[in-house]
Design a protein around this ligand. Sequence first.
Ligand SMILES: [Zn+2]
Length: 355
Amino acid sequence: MIDESRVSFLERLISSPSPSGFEQQVQQVVREEIKQYTDEVRTDVHGNVIAALNPQGTPRVMLTAHGDELGFLIRYIDEQGFLYFAPIGGFDPSTLPGNRVHVHTPSGPILGVIGRSPVHTLSSEDRGKSPKLADLWIDIGATSQEDARKLVPLGSVATRAALLERMQNDTIVSRALDDKSSIFALVETMRRLHEKREALKAGVFFVSAVQEEVGSRGAQTAAFSVDPLIAVAVDVTFTSDHPGTSKKELGDVRLHGGPVLSIGGHINPRVYQLLVKAADEAGIAWQIDPQAARTSTDTDVIQVVRGGVATALVSIPCRYLHTGSEIASLKDIDEVAELLARFVLALDKDTNVIP
Ligand SMILES: [Zn+2]
């Protein structure tokens, strides 16, 4: 199980803002933590953090999750000092009004609120309708354009202010569990591999990738430079265990149900089988996520780097994705970490990934 003392590292990841393209703060936290479990740590020109354990080992395996999160980019400040923004990543606008946000400025974070006209004043037509992003603004309590401009340079970013909190049954809630819960799981995998390094044959490359939410750009270049035979991306995936979802459309994926293993065209069938074997041998219950087309994760771009990479996708079940209250299970996160450690320990120079 995840040690309670480790949860503070997940809290640090979450309290370090990292909208896509602005990941420096979270990557600093990742570098400081991962260096004790790896032999080399470097950061590339995009900001990907790449840390190697046993880099001369065979085969080369890349374990990657994305460190970036959704955010808002401030583009305009009006006469009254309200901030207007462009979304960084895919938001459902109906989840935004009333959210508290932190605007990240040169002198530190400033509290703000996403405003919308009160329901009383909306036309009967607009009531109950999702707002348009262009109709929303951030209110920092400024009294004028000049007042706001002194504090917030254009081009500043903001993130939702929600932080990690605990719920019942090992459940956690926060913004940005997508995908910081996966970064956390992979650092835990690296910690466990480092403890067993005499048994390790593979060269293991941990990647905290940038810019997934805006097109998987970080994972693409990281995969090129790492040049792995095998890559496993870890991300969160939606569940079908709450009202308003259809198991017929989404399959059966539950919170607390264990790691979710994808199968389909983007997944190497032998790597999939090795993951299933590792889970079964460890007695970890797992769930299946058949994906007929793209997975919409970093897996898709990594697969086609260079001459091709034997890719797989392992997901943490997560409710209410891309809201300020994403929910995940510490039990599932622990099992993803354990599954991947066992999977990597079983790899050696004879591992065959040719379908
Ligand atoms: Zn994600």
